[in-house]
Write a protein that binds this ligand. Structure first.
Ligand SMILES: [Zn+2]
Length: 564
């Protein structure tokens, strides 16, 4: 490809709200362009990388016996109602009505569509197992699209769905997909940690997420340095250590806390610490009010709370609802006198003489003890694990890292096949539900992830396996006939050898071309310059910037050796 013809407008500056290095570099180097919040164009360079990633995925999926197909992005609403997920995934569904008033959704995932296909196409045990996948744009109405391709509203995904006769079949498919994923990420040059995870709104149990540990990540990962246990914060198991109260309970008292709405404001005002305070969070679970009680310095695990309640939807109560159900304004809720169902994090049971809201404006209670609370409390594990909590398996304290989820594998079992009644006839003629798994990879997110872990101050550094081109060839002075002649010769020799070359033939200054080459990040660079008359040129590696002089007759062999 001649650079003079390439559509890759580079940018010197990007807007100040671009936080991540990957986002900034992909914009600057002309790989992506934003159309709307979380909605991107993949420019020719970006699309080439995505296609390379897709090719690796296809090779590995096909090797594992999976078959590629392509399903529609437009889904009839009835199918989502049938699975019950129109309610549970309501918040992320993007949709539209057609001219006849029919409701459709843009597919955020395809369990419904593929299970509908399979229930119509599979009759007997002889038709199973099946593992079907596609690579396709997905749509999710993310509340906070951020980080460029890390959390987009339209994104390229590989999604696979397996259909087996029984548990043993599902286990075999799931394990094969695990190995396949390890190979895919290795080939993309990504160091990946597989962690235990929650099925989330998709449902299902026994789930692994393939995480890139990076500060850019939105997920918190807890790692046990001793036994190797690794889990998403959403699901991490830890040993509960309840301190034995070392104080005698004191009589409860009401205190004025003017304008102290947050935990920190209350603590500052009362000269106490967040771990001596009980936070009371009011939620609406399928439209009914509930309270979650949690220590002042902890975070509620909403996913776990929703599962505990068995609710399809869980939303924070509005200020009006809080006033209605607690009698007080936001920021002053507390368990004393509360009549709605209460759920307490089990860690709280050991607390004495704590601080809580008084369900009245500008007022808190001090020296509260559980004997002061009349209502019934259901005790459960409601908070996230954090660094310092100890591993359930071995007792070692966890360390916490941020992670970007690049892939997941789920044992869905019957979560979708049961509501959709996807069945088969077994050897004895009995009708049985098909057991399912699903397996996703964020293809466009991989583009961002590689950019995030593989760059320097000058720009991107692609691994050869997914780089948009293998070689970035530069003619230092395009106006010099000798240089130009040699560069054209090298360009055709490399192309004849099947090597993908980006050839900067522009009449720009050499310094500008070098800067663009480093920004774009093709792994090998060849500069035809002053010694062109001797048939020699500079060969450079983008990652190390190590350079050597080579003769034109050595060049193809040298590039081949580096690519191998
Ligand atoms: Zn451990």
């Amino acid at each position: 490809m001649r650079f003079s013809q390439l559509f890759a407008p580079t940018l010197r500056e990007v807007s100040a709200d671009v936080e991540l290095a990957s986002h900034r570099l992909l914009l600057r180097a002309g790989y992506i362009r934003q159309l709307a919040a979380g909605v991107y164009t993949f420019m020719p360079l970006g699309w080439r990388v995505l296609n390379n990633v897709s090719d690796i995925i296809r090779e590995e999926m096909d090797r594992a016996g999976a078959q590629e197909l392509l399903m529609p992005a437009i889904h009839p609403q009835e199918l989502w109602a049938e699975s019950g997920r129109e309610a549970t995934m309501h918040d992320v569904l993007l949709g539209f009505k057609d001219r006849k008033g029919g409701q459709f959704y843009l597919g955020p995932t395809h369990e419904e569509v593929i299970t509908d296909l399979v229930r119509r196409g599979v009759r007997s045990y002889r038709d199973l197992p099946l593992n079907l996948y596609q690579i396709q744009m997905k749509f999710r109405d993310e509340p906070r699209p951020r980080g460029g391709l890390i959390r987009a509203r339209e994104f390229l995904m590989k999604d696979a769905y397996s259909f087996d006769r029984d548990e043993a079949g599902l286990d075999a498919t799931y394990n094969a997909m695990y190995d396949t994923y390890v190979r895919i990420f290795q080939r993309c040059g990504l160091p990946i940690t597989a962690v235990d995870a929650s099925g989330g709104a998709i449902g299902g149990k026994e789930t692994k997420e393939f995480m890139l540990l990076a500060d850019a990540g939105e997920d918190s990962i807890l790692l046990c340095p001793k036994c190797g246990y690794a889990a998403n914060q959403e699901i991490a198991d830890f040993r509960l250590i309840v301190a034995t109260p070392a104080e005698e309970p004191q009589p409860m008292a009401k205190v004025d806390t003017p304008d102290a709405h947050t935990v920190q404001q209350v603590c500052d005002f009362l000269h106490t610490m967040p771990e001596r305070l009980v936070k009371t969070l009011i939620y609406m679970a399928d439209g009914k009010p509930v309270a979650a009680l949690i220590r002042g310095d902890r975070e509620l695990n909403e996913g776990r709370f929703r599962v505990l309640l068995g609710a399809a939807r869980l939303e924070m109560a509005t200020p009006e609802q809080i006033q209605q159900y607690t009698g007080g304004p936001v920021g002053f809720s507390g368990p004393v006198g509360l009549t709605i169902p209460m759920y307490g994090d089990e860690e709280l049971r050991g607390m004495v003489n704590f601080v809580a809201g008084a369900n009245a404006g500008d007022t808190h209670l001090v020296n509260v003890n559980w004997t002061d609370v009349q209502g019934n409390i259901t005790w459960a594990r409601l908070r996230f694990a954090v660094a310092g909590d100890v591993c359930e398996k071995c007792g070692e304290p966890f360390i916490e890292r941020k992670g970007v989820e690049l892939g997941h594998i789920f044992k869905l079992r019957y979560a979708i096949s049961e509501p959709l009644q996807a069945t088969f006839t077994d050897e004895e003629g009995a009708e049985k539900l098909i057991i399912m798994g699903c397996y996703g990879i964020g293809v466009s997110r991989i583009l961002a992830a590689v950019a995030e872990v593989s760059h320097d101050d000058d720009g991107l550094i692609w691994p050869t396996s997914i780089a948009p081109y293998h070689v970035h060839l530069i003619v230092a002075n395009a106006g010099d006939e000798v240089q130009r002649g040699l560069a054209e010769d090298v360009y055709s020799r490399l192309r004849d050898a099947g090597i993908e070359v980006l050839y900067d033939d522009r009449a720009e200054r050499a310094g500008i071309k070098f800067k663009d080459a480093d920004l774009i990040g093709v792994p090998l660079q060849i500069v035809v310059g002053k010694v062109a008359g001797e048939g020699r040129m500079e060969f450079r590696e983008r990652a190390t910037k190590q350079a050597e002089m080579l003769h034109v007759d050595e060049i193809v062999q040298h590039v081949r050796a580096r690519l191998a």
